[in-house]
Write a protein that binds this ligand. Structure first.
Ligand SMILES: Nc1ncnc2c1ncn2[C@@H]1O[C@H](COP(=O)(O)OP(=O)(O)OP(=O)(O)O)[C@@H](O)[C@H]1O
Ligand SMILES: [Mg+2]
Length: 239
């Protein structure tokens, strides 16, 4: 895949002496959704953290559109078009919905587009529009998750890194978020790296899938093939 938007080669990264990720290779085509699945502790969250520099890499390279991201500081990733929605959501609970969204675009010069992007998020997530003056701590779990995704979207990323967006959400809200991701991919060409426990949902909207086990990639192919591979599912995904 010569024209990958995100290209990861031999990435080895972790928290201490013993690395969690071992020589991970990964390619994500522009305008596609790649699902990253695997058991608890497999290294999915660590992978997203390593991609945006929160966790240090000891070897390998991470390129986006050919630019080496290893020299980019975490706080500058968003300027390179990468938005990360971390596990556990990361909404600032003392701030209102509007204030959280403003944080997502305040660094951008184009203030008018920031307001436009915010209006678009309110269109995408109706409940947020109704609660725009509410503080983060007053929101339901689903609303907080919408806000976390919305805050990433107002930055107008090219690459969205999502860590377990369905965690704790009702199946209906999960389905809405998955449908939204598919729509953003189809309508705006957004590229998504989606970490999910909800493997069926994730593979149903993804173009490609990567299975991680003990920090290594054990399978990487198109999502439909992964979903149909019973051996792989039994061995690594537990269903
Ligand atoms: N801050 C940390 N310091 C040290 N080790 C960590 C830290 N965070 C995670 N680990 C370890 O790294 C490994 C991978 O964890 P990671 O959170 O990436 O897994 P995961 O695939 O996201 O799991 P889950 O599905 O439970 O979210 C685990 O063995 C975990 O204990
Ligand atoms: Mg995780």
């Amino acid at each position: 895949m010569p024209d990958a938007l995100l290209s990861v080669r031999g990435l080895t990264a972790g928290y201490g002496a013993a690395p969690v990720l071992q020589e991970v290779d990964l390619e994500v085509a522009p305008g596609s959704i790649a699902a990253v699945v695997g058991a608890n502790g497999a290294g999915k969250t660590t992978l997203l953290r390593a991609l945006c520099g929160v966790v240090g890499a000891t070897a390998g390279e991470v390129r986006m559109d050919g630019t080496d991201l290893r020299g980019v500081r975490t706080q500058d990733m968003v300027r390179h078009g990468i938005a990360h929605v971390p596990e556990g959501r990361g909404v600032i609970t003392e701030l209102t919905v509007e204030e959280n969204l403003r944080l997502g675009h305040s660094w951008r010069r184009d203030k008018a587009d920031g307001r436009k992007a915010t209006a678009e998020v309110f269109e995408l997530f109706e409940p947020l529009a109704r609660r725009r003056k509410s503080a983060g701590h007053q929101l339901s779990g689903g609303e907080r998750q919408m806000l976390a995704v919305g805050r990433a979207l107002v930055a107008r990323p090219r690459l969205l890194l999502l860590d377990e967006p369905s965690l704790g959400l009702a199946p209906k809200v999960t389905a809405q978020i998955m449908a939204l991701l598919r729509r953003l991919r189809d309508d705006t060409g957004l590229t998504v790296l989606l970490v999910e426990q909800n493997v069926r949902s994730a593979l149903s909207i993804a173009d490609t899938g990567v299975v991680l086990s003990l920090g290594r990639v054990v399978a990487a192919t198109d999502a439909a093939t992964l979903a149909a591979d019973e051996d792989l599912r039994h061995t690594y995904l537990g269903f």
